[in-house]
Design a protein around this ligand. Structure first.
Ligand code: MRU
Length: 392
């Protein structure tokens, strides 16, 4: 009798496994089918255009969304000279590594429009140096400037009018490619989001930080478009609050369940078991996978490790700096004291108090579960694997 029950029990157990397996398979096939639906960024509407070129290469200008005013006001600023582009990048009207790169590429067209024909190419190179000097950490800035200058160098006989056309074509290409790279990252990251009920992100590596659907948020947009319900915890991100002002704003606008927490709540929220995975962007990734991102990211990675939560970084290939062997040599931007002592107008520290304000930190590769790029997933994060994917 007991033998019969054991047999029946095993049968039931085996059938459960088979049903479960088939169920998972069907689910995965359904997800795979659904994933195919999101084939262009047009399938997901971005919250607001971050950067737009208005007009032609001779008289046109760069229109930027002023992100310092979000979420209260949606205001655009028109940049008609290199100084206004430099200023917009410096004061974070446009920010986020890929978006800075896009803005700087258009900034080169704007700058070229103001140069005298005499000694044009030398002045253009100087304009590039000038734009690069606006912010030091995001490598996408110098990558984009060097890319448009490289394109110009391919036409040594081109006159200034022709050079301005070349510059604009290349800036438009960088912008369009960035949108494509975001989508590729989104398609690679979406299965991770699909397996999660709640994700945590830091700062804004969203549509507002790129020419497309973001990097850290890209998988969220794709998974959401495919009907997956999940919660996105947004670290507020002291001191300039890109998490609450920007990420929460754009995710809420997209209909994603966004929850703002202050940075110092992340540990408790993880301890309560509310977070299944962390995903952030990056401003510069060294050849060994060490990744610089908004100040506070390193702390989040340590917390994730402690709580056994996977920590992912999402970034396009343009964020990798293969000249740097490790994150130790990534330049870290220092910001003005007023961002800490009287951010958004209210004084919150004594007058004349000393401050120290690094805007970025470096998360060592060993704390990163995988880096999701437009060229593939780097997992585990080693120098060899970074080279395999990025130099391919
Ligand atoms: O100072 P910011 O707002 O430019 O910092 C932005 C970040 O740190 C982002 O996380 C990073 O640029 C990734 S952008 C997709």
């Amino acid at each position: 009798m007991s033998f019969v029950w054991v047999l029946l029990g095993w049968r039931r157990f085996a059938s459960l496994i088979i049903v479960g397996f088939l169920g998972t398979l069907t689910h995965m096939t359904d997800e795979a089918k659904k994933m195919k639906n999101v084939s262009s960024t047009e399938d997901i509407s971005p919250p607001a255009p971050v950067a737009q070129w208005i007009g032609d290469s001779e008289t046109g200008f760069l229109r930027l969304l002023d992100q310092t005013l979000l979420p209260s006001e949606t205001v655009y600023i028109d940049c008609k000279d290199a100084e206004s582009v430099w200023d917009a990048i410096k004061r974070l009207a446009v920010r986020g590594a890929p978006a800075i790169g896009v803005a700087a590429a258009y900034g080169m067209v704007v700058a070229a429009g103001k140069l005298a024909d005499n000694d044009f190419r030398r002045q253009l190179a100087e304009a590039g140096e000038y734009l690069i000097s606006s912010r030091p950490t995001a490598v996408n800035l110098e990558w984009a400037v060097n890319r448009v200058l490289g394109r110009v160098a391919e036409s040594p006989d081109a006159c200034p009018v022709e050079v301005r056309k070349i510059l604009l074509d290349e800036a438009l290409a960088i912008h369009a490619e960035d949108a494509e790279m975001c989508l590729a990252i989104g398609r690679a990251a979406a299965p991770l989001i699909m397996n999660s009920a709640a994700v945590l992100t830091h700062c804004n590596a969203g549509a507002l930080a790129t020419g497309g659907i973001g990097t850290a948020t890209a998988g969220m947009y794709v998974a959401h478009a495919e009907g997956h319900q999940f919660t996105a915890y947004c670290d507020e991100t002291r001191p300039l609050l890109q998490g609450s002002r920007l990420t929460a704003w754009e995710l809420q606008k997209a209909g994603i369940d966004a929850v703002v927490i202050t940075d110092n709540m992340a540990a408790q929220v993880m301890r309560e078991g509310r977070i299944d995975m962390v995903i952030t962007g990056a401003d510069r990734i060294a050849a060994n996978g060490d990744a610089a991102n908004k100040i506070g990211t390193y702390g989040v990675a340590i917390l994730a490790k402690h709580h056994g939560i996977p920590f992912y970084v999402a970034a396009p290939y343009s964020t990798f700096d293969m000249n740097l062997p490790s994150g130790d040599s990534i330049p870290i931007e220092l910001r003005g004291s007023e961002e800490i002592t009287e951010g958004f107008g209210n004084r919150t520290a004594p007058h004349d108090i000393k401050t120290y304000s690094p805007a970025f930190d470096v998360t060592p590769a060993e704390l990163i579960t995988a880096i999701i790029t437009d060229r593939g997933v780097i997992d585990p994060v080693t120098t060899e694997n970074v080279r395999k994917i990025i130099d391919a």
